[in-house]
Design a binder for this molecule. Sequence first.
Ligand code: UD1
Ligand code: CA
Length: 463
Amino acid sequence: MNICIILAAGEGTRMKSKNSKVLHKLMNKPMINYVLEASDSVNVKKKIVIAGKNKNDLESLFKDEDILIKEQKIGKEYPYGTGYAVSLALAEIEDNDKVLILTGDTPLIKGDTLEKFMDYHNKNGNTATVLTAEIDDPTGYGRIIKDNNGNLIEIVEHKDCTEEQLLIKEFNSGFMAINGDALKNSISKLDQNNNQGEMYLTDIFSIMREEGNKISTFLIDDVEEVYGINSKLQLSIAQEVLRKRINEAHMANGVVMENPANIFVEDSVIIGKDTEIRSGVRLTGKTVIGEDCLIYGDTIIDNSIIENEVIVKSSVIENSFVGEGTDIGPFAHLRPNSKLDKKVHIGNFVEVKNANIGENTKAGHLAYIGDADLGKNINIGCGVIFVNYDGKFKHRSIVKDGGFIGSNANIVAPVTIEEEGFIAAGATITKDVGKGELSIERSEQRNIPGWVERKKERDSRKN
Ligand code: UD1
Ligand code: CA
């Protein structure tokens, strides 16, 4: 059976961060999660993460997952190194297990590649296989040393290389597949006799070879997949790769993207075909967008469901539902728990929160609709405010089908406006309104002739 060990105890000092390196996020997901997800393609029966000072953080990250976390104590009094880290998992390994060793700081590895790698290891009857790549400048990486027949002899760490070895372009990615019995045997023979005084996992290869085991390398074409992250700059470079992969997958599925270099879509998002996403859009969380939608630039949609043929112009939508054919914005804000039915119109500078809005209802400009249930075919005038908060508690208001709320009206919750209730502009409504009633709440207008002229005379006398 396959066992996967993910090394994640390293200090990551070059990140210059108080947070653990492997918990740094790419496209809003911790980098170690990408490695774990890739390992799912290999069908592993046990996943073991070697944690260091980040043990508590990793435990809470994986509290709902079937992942075993082993603690590597970090400090001068403890051994250090990738070999020591792997030794902490040996008790979990049976002789006939195949162990896949991965590093938590290489999030670009693809599941496909790991699958091919394990197949190669098994089909060749190898005892150990190292996943390698080639690069012009492999500074920092362990070099792959082979004999004239191309057999792996040993891996030499950069700091321990001779001048000649430094010229070798093939390097150790840090990913390897090793049979359980050979791993246990060789790790027990590791020492710390090297330039860094560490227990190098890479030293097990020469040990295994001397004992007559079949070991080989698996060279991948795309060096990007084994890109390791040690700094914030590398973090941003890797995020760029992931962002591009996600956008390219959407385009392959029929989504139109204007300026994809400036569109940020998390991998949890689903988008229907023929939907067009314009520059600067950010789609996050469990967002689902239907087909034939048009999402204009600078829109943010988080955790929301958008049905087909919706138009959103430069707006923010959070934890909400938007029905088919509805249009939103520009500059509207749907706050959590807004549920808009079909063909609703939410226009400029309208804010909606915790509200249901029925089919074909329109709020074109400058309104606040909070804690309200609106029926169908209602017109909400400019500047209408649903006054939902009395300083202590929130209350709901109801407007039934066909209602008309005049501009600048205040609907002071809790009130109910029955079908086709008609609220005069500027009214402050504190009592229920019956079906088909007009409700006016404002003092009668007085026009005073000659008032301005008299004021001017008064003012000139003062001067
Ligand atoms: C390691 C390899 C090197 C390879 C490179 C690929 C060794 C000795 N060297 O070097 O051949 O080219 O990866 O990126 O293996 N870790 C622990 N505990 C430790 C030390 C490290 O869990 O005591 C973890 C780190 O968190 C990291 C991984 O092991 O995820 C690799 O450690 P790192 O220190 O980055 O090794 P490199 O020097 O990069
Ligand atoms: Ca590294």
